[in-house]
Design a protein around this ligand. Structure first.
Ligand SMILES: [Zn+2]
Length: 286
């Protein structure tokens, strides 16, 4: 029953959220860099606040209540580093394996792993300058990148739900639910970033929207993993929360923030991030 609830919530947050973005992209055929930039940095701020003020501090509260040993903060930091490192490594491997195709997209552009994100976005947002097949490949790469990054996002939802003593009573409150909503909403601009290049690259609208929605599916697997691991015992909950927090911090610092700043080089994405952190703080503390 608990697993069914988590599957349902993450299907809405992950698949429906990303698919909805794909649909918006299919209807509009273009997206506004500035609005997407502000939305992504605002969502990043909320995620950052939930990770720092709630997920990472939860084990410390358990320690103060006498449930966990006094070295718990060290365990949290270690798990966060492992989570960050694993997602970093996965991204590095994906970047390397898609690098060959990227070279075909734009031979003038540097195609090192570090420049991949910039390249995808340059392609995505300067659609008129690029040929159809290049856009198509950029859309596919974007789809893989989003699908991968949805896995840790799902883990955060699952691990947050694992904190709850009585899940069915707290299904629509607490960090798990806040995370499901924030992640669901920020999936909309992410879905647009997948479907717009696919459709501009010549893919049929229905197929592009379906593929975009499918890239949200790893959210469900991640959530089930985070919830199952966190439910084993207190130490596993700490490790699962720490790992998911670290993975989420990579998504925030390594993907959402650089993307939003590349889309709009101004001080406003930073302001939006700041407001997101404060909003996240209020969401967690009430
Ligand atoms: Zn995301």
């Amino acid at each position: 029953m608990e697993y069914l609830a988590i599957i349902l919530i993450t299907l809405i947050s992950g698949v429906v959220g990303t698919g909805l973005g794909g649909l918006v992209g299919a209807v509009l055929r273009r997206d506004s860099n500035k609005i997407v930039s502000l939305l992504l940095s605002f969502a990043a701020g909320i995620m950052l606040a939930v990770v720092c003020f709630d997920l990472m501090s939860e084990p410390v509260e358990m320690m103060r209540a006498g449930q966990l040993p006094s070295y718990t903060p060290i365990v949290v930091v270690a798990a966060v580093i492992v989570g960050y490192g694993v997602v970093y490594l996965l991204n590095f491997l994906i970047d390397r394996s898609t690098n060959k195709e990227v070279k075909h997209i734009d031979s003038n552009h540097p195609s090192t792993a570090d420049d991949l994100d910039e390249l995808i976005h340059a392609d995505h947002f300067e659609t008129h300058k690029k040929s159809q097949s290049n856009l198509f490949v950029a859309g596919l790469i974007m789809m893989i990148a989003i699908a991968l990054h949805n896995l840790p996002e799902g883990m955060v939802i699952g691990a947050s739900y694992a904190i709850e003593e009585n899940l069915t009573a707290n299904l629509f409150s607490g960090s798990g639910f806040i995370m499901a909503i924030v992640i669901g909403l920020h999936n909309i601009p992410e879905g647009m970033a997948v479907s717009v290049p696919l459709i501009s690259g010549g893919m049929g609208k229905a197929k592009a929207v379906s593929l975009t929605a499918l890239s949200g599916l790893p959210t469900v697997f991640g959530a089930l993993l985070g919830f199952a691991l966190g439910g084993i015992n207190d130490i596993m909950l700490v490790l699962s929360l720490g790992f998911a927090s670290g993975a989420m911090l990579y998504v925030v610092f390594g993907e959402l923030l650089p993307e939003s700043i590349l889309m709009w080089k101004s001080k406003l994405p930073a302001l939006s991030l700041f407001l997101g952190v404060l909003t996240g703080f209020l969401l967690v503390m009430f």
